[in-house]
Design a protein around this ligand. Sequence first.
Ligand code: ZN
Length: 391
Amino acid sequence: MAVDDPAERRDEVQVAVGNGNGVQPSRPAGRPAAAAPPYADRRLRLNPNTEHKPQDYNDVRGEYAPAVYSALERHLPPSLLDADRDVKLRFMRDILARYWPPGERNKVQRHKEYRQRILHLYKPLHEELYNMHPSAFFLPTFLEAVRNNTEESFRSIMTEPVPGVYSFAMLQPPFCEMLLEEVENFEKWVHAMKFKIMRPNTMNKYGAVLDDFGLEAMLNQFMEYFIAPISKVFYPEVGGGTLDSHHAFVVEYGKDRDVDLGFHVDDSEVTLNVCLGKQFSGGELYFRGIRCENHVNSDTQHEEMYDYTHVPGRAVLHHGRHRHGARATSSGLRINLLLWCRSSVFREMKKYQKDFPSWCSECQRENMERQSQCVKATKMAFLRGSGGATI
Ligand SMILES: [Zn+2]
């Protein structure tokens, strides 16, 4: 079981990353604790001390703007507020380094430069795609459901074939056509320029990252206004209401493209998968139950098995940890739009989670088992205590 992970950001994510051999090593949250800095045991305050006047950090050079330190100073533990500036600075630097080690910062910087190079040189084919035009992009039925913004209105346009998988007609055919042409145009340009592009993730050799050639702002609105309202209702347990970043790309299956996609989970809280076209057969998406990191390789229950056949314009929305894969596209060309939606709040909270995740069916099963053992043991103890009397 692999975690389908954006190739260029492998180390950027804060979650467990699969290594492809079925092992799910948890990424250490910070640097090794070999030389613990002073005040390492102290925590930042959740709410800033607004009355405290931060010191001036304008002369501090480095990865972060001085304003970051000034803002962070208000969150320092009260006992540190009046410490020397150097002490505070060391404390803050250590915290920032834990969240964003230098290797990752360099990677992000390189990716920024890569994007800027493309944006500077690539000329879009359909300018109208780069700004959100709801009525041109979405079907009226979908827009109406989002406008009403209730569970009932969403359910009125959806089917839920297995728990947690929602399917609905979403995109206008001309929008799908335009997006396909834009991707084709981008790929032609890449080929002509002999530009080496980054593929969407570690599992696909073909396809393109839409955020890399100018569509990021539009797709942010796509997520914020048209996916988040739905995921807030259907995926509250994984931060569906606090989605704040995305990774958007197209995947291409068929002759001279990727053939199929192995069994995996996504690096997302919520995934939107929409078929854009064109003509194809095969390529079904198979689902095999939602699992946490500990149970990602556990058996599938019969009732969790579900195969979905793609229809152009139609979307599937699912939990990022819903195990799935794509069967071989046997003929034609199939292109799908993928939007991996993430919640930084959820990822942060997850680090401190002690309880089992409510959304993992294997955790739920184990918990039920434990409870039933506990009830049995209590009953036995009672029977023994009452001398074996019939109850
Ligand atoms: Zn579990």
